[in-house]
Design a protein. Structure first.
Ligand code: FA5
Length: 374
């Protein structure tokens, strides 16, 4: 910046002369008008309105002028800078509008073209149903717990009050894992026959109160037919807390079926026997299709419940105190309830699937109608 001195008249500073200011302003306006792209305009802006532009340099000279000359020079430079920045903004708008118009044309999508025919795929309805059930319980504060599919016999049977000589042990058609104890029926490893061993693992791993939902695959030496498969899925539920009763179990079951099948759905319990629950019950729900209206009504038969009005869902009961003791839980202080049911069977009646084999053959013609649910 120049400083006033005796041999130099600051009013006469070259860069501040009116004709010089006019010249650099016109030069800037011409460059702005000539910029034919946003990139070019950016360069013009640096050259003609940036910190090192002639107008910015002239502006700095003003500070060195005597007071009486400052106002005039300031007005001249200010007007020139204002005109340049206005022109820059206007050209910027023009160029942006041109660009947007060009993009709309260049990137237009022809929605009438045939779409990508590679199918996006979907998850198996057994997985989505199992996850939907888990979500119902997670929303109530339950935790998802899992266990191994190759399980120790102790977890699968003994800890569940199914000792080696218990008659109910033979009703589970078990796959024994060879090798663990020299092979075949001596082995102490099995493919788990139900998800109930996860109850035991959960009680050994946690202190009460315990609220877990346990989904998983299980195995039985059943023949593959329309209603049985040797590999199927179950969901198990276990709650252990102070003061739990059958009423809590019933309320929980009602909430589950209402969440899955809609308002007004009810459950009923029929006496049954499981060694690991006492008392035990078979759990039915009102047929969600006929809502019981097919019973004694030959004009309105129901295929889903065979006009019985109820559908069998699975087994349940209060956790047998002997099971609590095996897991180190004091039955005088805590009680628990559990239930378990098969997902394939639930999917069968929920969607009128007549043959369980359709679910496991991997034919997309079966899974496609279930859509893209994730
Ligand atoms: C049990 O497996 C018990 N662990 C359930 C239980 C849990 C009772 C907690 C009490 C407390 P069950 O053997 O009945 O029970 O089998 C449960 C369900 O598995 C059946 O209702 C049925 O839906 C399904 N299921 C059984 N065998 C098969 C099979 N071969 N194919 C498909 N689903 C099956």
């Amino acid at each position: 910046m120049s400083a006033p001195n005796k041999s130099y008249d600051p009013v006469e500073v070259e860069a501040l002369k009116p004709e010089e200011i006019d010249r650099v302003r016109n030069e800037a306006l011409a460059a702005i008008a000539a910029a034919d792209s946003l990139d070019a305009l950016r360069e013009v802006k640096v050259a003609h309105a940036g910190d090192r532009s002639p107008l910015a340099l002239a502006n700095r000279e003003i500070g060195a002028l005597p007071p009486h000359a400052k106002a005039d020079a300031g007005k001249r430079v200010g007007q020139a800078r204002g005109a340049v920045s206005k022109a820059l903004a206007a050209r910027q708008r023009e160029l942006e509008a041109e660009r947007d118009e060009r993009v709309l044309v260049e990137e237009a999508v022809d929605v009438t073209l045939p779409h990508d025919r590679v199918p996006a795929g979907a998850r198996h309805p057994l997985t989505t149903l199992s996850e939907r059930i888990e979500d119902i319980f997670v929303a109530m504060g339950y935790e998802v717990a899992e266990g191994p599919e190759v399980e120790a016999e102790w977890f699968n049977f003994d800890a569940l009050n199914l000792g080696p000589d218990h008659p109910a042990r033979s009703t589970h058609d078990t796959f024994f894992v060879e090798g663990a104890k020299g092979g075949s029926a001596d082995a102490d490893l099995v493919l788990r026959t139900h998800t109930s061993p996860v109850q035991i693992r959960s009680m050994l791993d946690r202190e009460p109160p315990i609220y877990v939902v346990c989904p998983g695959r299980v195995y039985r030496t059943d023949e593959l037919d329309a209603t049985h498969t040797p590999v199927f899925s179950q969901v198990e539920l276990l709650a252990v807390d102070e003061g739990l009763t059958m009423a809590d179990l019933k309320g929980t079951l009602d909430h589950m079926v209402q969440s899955l099948f809609g308002e007004g759905m009810r459950t009923r319990l029929r006496p049954d026997y499981f060694p690991f629950t006492e008392p035990s019950a078979e759990m039915d729900m009102v047929c969600f299709r006929c809502r019981g209206e097919s019973v004694g009504n030959p004009d309105r038969p129901c295929r889903t419940c065979s006009s019985e009005g109820w559908i069998e869902l699975g087994g349940c009961g209060m956790v047998n105190p002997r099971v609590l003791v095996a897991c180190g839980i004091d039955p005088a202080r805590y009680s628990g309830f559990a239930f378990g049911f098969g997902i394939e069977r639930m999917l069968m009646f929920r969607h009128n699937v007549e043959d369980i084999r359709d679910m496991i053959e991997g034919d997309v013609r079966f899974t496609r109608p279930f859509g893209m649910e994730i």
